[in-house]
Design a protein around this ligand. Structure first.
Ligand code: HQG
Length: 190
């Protein structure tokens, strides 16, 4: 049975990637629109997806929202709208309230970016914010997406005391606009 399970899991993963594409980056590829807070109508999303040959129904969508490993997507209270909880490249207002972060947060990147980050600090690049995590393991995983991983410690509490704003997304990712070099430490540095 394991091969059927693997096949199903593969399908779920590709639908999840499709949802990341249209809910974070390019809704226009299937002709949907996100409102200013990133929400879109579930029925329209399903209809448009189907019209582009993506087989997706309400039940599967609910399954993905509930079981997605990083809880990337969220429904509104009435389950008729959906959005990505973070990770957007298009400009939207997520509406999270500013919060005091833990003393230290982590950011995983690829070794090839380290020098540039030391030169200019962490920049949001194509996304709307810099993404940070409260735990080291997550940062290592994120870094692995960019080649040989490298983890920076971010002196988050110190930044907060210096009036930088921090937000935590519904799925537990810490967000901030940028991190100047003076708040960065290599993970093994004291
Ligand atoms: C790097 C995933 C050179 C930065 C993850 C990163 C995350 C610089 C890359 C979420 C730089 C941008 C975001 C500078 C930053 N010079 N490189 N000054 N400043 N960078 O994908 O943080 O699975 O936009 O280190 O789990 O890797 O999609 O950001 O390597 O939460 O849900 O520029 O995406 O979530 O890459 O990942 P990304 P990220 P999902």
């Amino acid at each position: 049975l394991s091969e059927f399970r693997d096949a199903l899991e593969g399908e779920i993963t590709s639908i999840s990637k499709f949802l990341s594409l249209v809910l974070r980056h390019q809704p226009e590829t299937i002709g949907i629109e996100l409102d200013q807070n990133g929400w879109t109508d579930v029925e329209t999303l399903l209809k448009k997806a189907n019209s582009y040959g993506i087989k997706l129904d309400n039940e599967t969508l609910k399954h993905i929202v509930e079981t997605n490993s990083k809880k990337r997507f969220a429904f509104n209270d009435t389950f008729d709208r959906i959005r990505a909880s973070q990770g957007h490249s298009i400009e939207i207002e997520l509406g999270y309230t500013s919060q005091k972060p833990p003393e230290i947060l982590f950011h995983g990147t690829g070794e090839k970016s380290v020098q540039s980050i030391l030169d200019t600090g962490l920049q949001k690049q194509n996304r709307q914010q810099v993404h940070l995590s409260a735990d080291l393991e997550t940062a290592i995983k994120v870094g692995q997406r960019h080649g040989k991983p490298f983890v920076f410690k971010v002196l988050a509490e110190q930044m907060f005391n210096d009036k930088f704003e921090f937000f935590i997304s519904d799925n537990g990712v810490w967000l901030t606009d940028n991190v100047p070099t003076k708040y960065l430490k290599q993970n093994d540095e004291k």
